[in-house]
Design a protein around this ligand. Structure first.
Ligand SMILES: Cc1cc2nc3c(=O)[nH]c(=O)nc-3n(C[C@H](O)[C@H](O)[C@H](O)COP(=O)(O)OP(=O)(O)OC[C@H]3O[C@@H](n4cnc5c(N)ncnc54)[C@H](O)[C@@H]3O)c2cc1C
Ligand SMILES: NC(=O)c1ccc[n+]([C@@H]2O[C@H](COP(=O)([O-])OP(=O)(O)OC[C@H]3O[C@@H](n4cnc5c(N)ncnc54)[C@H](O)[C@@H]3O)[C@@H](O)[C@H]2O)c1
Ligand code: SF4
Ligand code: FES
Length: 834
């Protein structure tokens, strides 16, 4: 009955068109004789993965979606390298540039987009390219073998992914962006600034608010000239300034074209029998540039062509995830508040985390996540479902996914209720049904599901949903594969620490090399953690790597919203004196400190200090650093105790001062706070501290693992000791055991819960072990010096705080010199708290 089949022609052998054919074959395998024309000389491949190919994470073979056998097996006639130049709508025939013709009953146009090339003088020079296809990817790889300097114009998703790939190829990369902050189409300013800082730390350079005037050079590009008269040297120029739907064929053939080819909800154009799908199509005024909506369009069109009743395509909500190793950025839905909407924000500059939820009428309509994007997929499901999140806003913002997201009906329940044909992996068009079928077919790990269905193989944004489905449908058979500490490695914290010890690795770079990091520069998660682990393991030899620390720790002060700093000197146990107070007041006056405030930890905070004044302030204060900015011992809060209070049974102030002197300058996986109360009335709130000491009759109670931050947790009782020496020894052993065993960023509260109080008690009750831990901490601390004193007394260190003259800073940044880099970091440090 083959001769009764209708003729279907697809123009454009890309992601959206071929996806439509795949669907159609499932619904009506015998309805059409199918012919496909593709301008590129390749079978259908995953364009998304070109970023990974460029960055060295995948080969061209690996990104092929449908190999030539697939076309053969499905009886499809494929013409590769054959661009269609004309459509005759009357005769229902298409003509290829190479002379091939084909008749159709139904015609699908899926011609995608073209990279937009800025129409500036010199844009046609050798070495100026877009980033759209395999050819462009190969041109960049080739250029990196011969040339060194690359300029990427456009700081959007594509530009940043291109820039990361070029860095991996060893090029010196500058991104030129027209806006004042990156990815302004997906991110708000705070997230964008954090992103820029992270990318700068990876070695990318940025010129913001720059408009390209022309490309310099004779035959080949040699550089760029900007509208403000400045220049940049570059032998490769990649234009990533957006895309334009590829509509020239449609225009020539009399189809209705605006930005894209105009289609209705059934993907029909104005010409009978002609449809358009993918980036070339414009639906309800929108031409999409991400695959998830294009696949949704394809599903509708396939049903149409198969004669299956379908409601029609109603448009899509989109989400994006930047595919740059070591940087977690997610954006979904509407990320700027429309009228009547409200935004909830959470920002932790020390941990490098930013979250924003946009809520309208109790529904989540948009989200931006930086640093922690694990909940992106779940939040995106909520955006799409439009269900009420009333009462759950805080949990959603603070990210307590497992139980909090479950509160409104259950994460598992939501996955269970998800329709079988709902797309879980937008990048690869994998539905829930595909994943469940793979699990039923024996796939019981994320890796196997990825291998079988390609779900989670591109941007990775869908990983939590895929894992959720795995848990739900494979149950006990699900194999959870360990996660690396960040996207740069597959090694866990314990493996890294064990390997550092076993192989005697001594620097951050060495660890990354030996343990085969997939990103030479590391990222904001792994670099500080490796720096900590090395310092903890080799206290006598390791030299702290300043560049692996967060900005606050590099400047030994907390950066504030307006770019100034806050200075908190150490006031042991919260006990000060008139002389000290006078000095603080004099310093505040001398340096025009706008605000002096008591902190919650019984100290004085001088807020609004300019960076260049920091060393002067420290010198004049002549007090040690209070480490109010670091993952370190912060305060030891005390009550007045028996010295003045009539209820006090012990000297709480004396004990607090002793402990603070014993542990000051102690680095830790996360900040550490102590408190000492002089009786069980507990005025110093010792039972919400990492280590709390409470005086009772005949001795002291020791409490551990408390926290009064976002997740309040009361301490667990570790034990009772009689003497002051014992208090110090137990505190010291507890802190060192935590330092040696906790994961970077893990506070004592979750750590105690994770390892179990009984385990901690058991270790510390062993006197030999306790004394050894105590001795190790003493050995570490005895070698530390006060950072403020050190900077004040060393002119070279003091220089880091000097202000560069503005002109010098700009030209240094333009030239990409080391000084330029450090200045641009300072500038963005300023922005960090914006
Ligand atoms: C480097 C890169 C990374 C990306 N990353 C992501 C991502 O992470 N997530 C995401 O959602 N999206 C991403 N995208 C966008 C995504 O790849 C596109 O949205 C998607 O490929 C568009 O599919 P399409 O079928 O409409 O067009 P295409 O995939 O471009 O296919 C169109 C095809 O039609 C061919 N063609 C054009 N004219 C003719 C003609 N006259 N005759 C014959 N053939 C013709 C073209 O040569 C092309 O092969 C990325 C894009 C790039 C370039
Ligand atoms: N991870 C992902 O989801 C991903 C990755 C790559 C590409 N893509 C898609 O591919 C398409 C192309 O990406 P894109 O980043 O080129 O498009 P885009 O439109 O998202 O971003 C282009 C950027 O270039 C900037 N720009 C415009 N003119 C400029 C100029 N003269 N000088 C400097 N900067 C200028 C814009 O401000 C904008 O931020 C988009 O549809 C995008 O969604 C997605
Ligand atoms: S905890 Fe006890 S000793 Fe300390 S101030 Fe309160 S009542 Fe007094
Ligand atoms: S959504 Fe990008 S890999 Fe699945």
């Amino acid at each position: 009955m083959t001769n009764e089949r209708k003729k279907l022609v697809l123009v454009g052998n890309g992601m959206a068109g071929v996806r439509t054919i795949e669907h159609l074959l499932k619904l009506a395998p015998d309805l059409y004789d199918i012919t496909i024309f593709g301008a590129e000389p390749h079978p259908n491949y995953n364009r998304i993965m070109l970023s990974s190919v460029l960055a060295g994470g995948a080969s061209l073979e690996e990104i092929v979606i449908n190999d030539l056998d697939w076309y053969r097996e499905n009886g499809i006639t494929l013409h590769m390298g054959q661009a269609i130049s004309r459509i005759d709508g009357e005769r229902r025939r298409v003509y290829a540039e190479g002379g091939i013709e084909a008749d159709y009953d139904e015609l699908i146009l899926a011609t995608g987009s073209n990279a937009f090339i800025l129409p500036v003088p010199g844009a046609d020079k050798e070495g100026v390219i877009g980033f759209r296809d395999i050819k462009d990817c190969q041109a960049m790889q080739e250029a990196s073998r011969k040339h060194r300097k690359a300029a990427v114009i456009g700081g959007g998703l594509l530009g940043l992914e291109a820039a990361r790939g070029l860095l991996n190829l060893g090029m010196d990369v500058t991104v030129i962006h027209i806006n004042e902050y990156l990815m302004e189409r997906q991110l708000d300013r705070p997230a964008s600034i954090m992103l820029q800082q992270e990318l700068e730390a990876q070695g990318m350079k940025f010129l913001l608010k720059k408009q390209t005037e022309s490309v310099l050079g004779k035959q080949r590009a040699k550089g760029l000239l900007f509208k403000d008269g400045s220049m940049l040297e570059a032998d490769l120029v990649v234009m990533a300034v957006g895309i334009r739907p590829n509509v020239s064929l449609a225009q020539r053939s009399g189809l209705a074209v605006e930005r894209g080819i105009v289609v209705d909800d059934h993907m029909r154009t104005n010409l009978p029998g002609v449809y358009a799908v993918g980036e070339c199509a414009q639906h309800r005024g929108i031409a999409y540039g991400l695959v998830a909506p294009l696949y949704e369009q394809g599903a509708v069109l396939a049903k149409n062509l198969a004669g299956v009743p379908v409601e029609g395509y109603a448009g899509s909500v989109t989400s994006t995830k930047l595919k740059v190793s070591g940087v977690d950025v997610f954006s979904g839905g509407i990320f700027t508040e429309p009228e009547g909407a409200r935004a909830l924000r959470y920002q932790d500059e020390i941990e490098g985390v930013y979250k924003k939820l946009v809520i309208l009428d109790n529904r989540l309509i948009g989200a931006v996540l930086f640093g922690e994007t694990g909940e992106g997929a779940a939040l995106f499901s909520l955006i799409k479902s439009g269900e009420s999140i009333a009462g759950r806003e805080k949990e959603l913002l603070l990210g307590l996914p497992a139980d909090a997201l479950a509160a409104g009906g259950g994460a598992a329940a939501r996955l269970e209720a998800m329709p079988t044909d709902e797309i879980v992996c937008g990048c690869n068009g994998v539905s829930k049904g595909d994943i469940v079928a793979a699990i039923d077919g024996g796939c019981n790990s994320l890796g196997q599901i990825k291998g079988c269905t390609k779900a989670s193989a591109s941007c990775g944004g869908c990983k939590p949903l895929v894992e959720g489905l795995l848990q739900l449908y494979a149950g006990d058979a699900a194999v959870t594969v360990k996660e690396g500490i960040c996207g740069c490695t597959t090694h866990s914290r314990d493996e890294i620490v064990a390997e550092i010890k076993r192989m005697g690795l001594k620097t951050v770079k060495e660890v990354m090399n030996v343990l085969e990091w997939n990103n030479d520069e590391g990222c904001s998660k792994c670099r500080p953690s490796l720096n900590y682990y090395l310092g903890m393991l080799w206290p006598t030899e390791y030299k702290d790597e300043k560049e692996s620390r967060f900005a606050n720790e590099r400047y030994h002060a907390n950066i504030q919203k307006d770019g100034t700093y806050s200075v908190i000197p150490r006031i042991y146990g919260g006990v000060t004196s008139p002389t000290e107070l006078k000095r603080i007041a004099e310093v505040a006056e001398k340096f025009d400190v706008p605000l002096v405030k008591f902190t919650g930890g019984q100290r004085l905070d001088l807020l609004g200090v300019k960076k260049e004044d920091l060393p002067g302030v420290w010198e004049a204060l002549d007090m040690p650093s209070g480490h109010g900015y670091g993952k370190a011992l912060r305060t030891v809060k005390t009550c007045v105790g028996s010295t003045f209070c009539r209820f006090g049974t012990q000297d709480a102030m004396g004990m607090g001062v002793r402990l603070e002197k014993a542990f000051e300058r102690m680095n830790a996986p996360a900040k550490v706070k102590l408190a000492v109360s002089g009786c069980p009335r507990n005025c110093a709130e010792a039972t919400v501290k990492d280590f709390g000491v409470v005086a009772v009759d005949g001795g002291w109670e020791l409490h551990v693992g408390g926290n009064a931050g976002i997740h309040v947790r009361a301490t667990d009782l570790l034990g009772f000791v009689k003497t002051d020496d014992e208090v110090e020894e137990w505190a010291s052993a507890f802190l060192q055991y935590y330092r040696e065993n906790a994961t970077w960023n893990e506070r004592t509260a979750p750590w105690v819960e994770r390892v179990g109080l009984e385990h901690v008690k058991q270790v510390l009750s062993d006197e030999g072990e306790r004394k050894a831990l105590h001795a190790r901490l003493r050995e570490t601390l005895d070698r530390t010096v006060d950072p403020w004193k050190q900077i004040v007394s060393e002119p070279e260190l003091r220089k880091n705080f000097e202000r560069l003259p503005v002109a010098a800073a700009i030209s240094a940044q333009g030239e990409g010199s080391t000084q330029g880099k450090s200045d641009s970091r300072n500038a963005s440090d300023k922005e960090e708290s914006a």
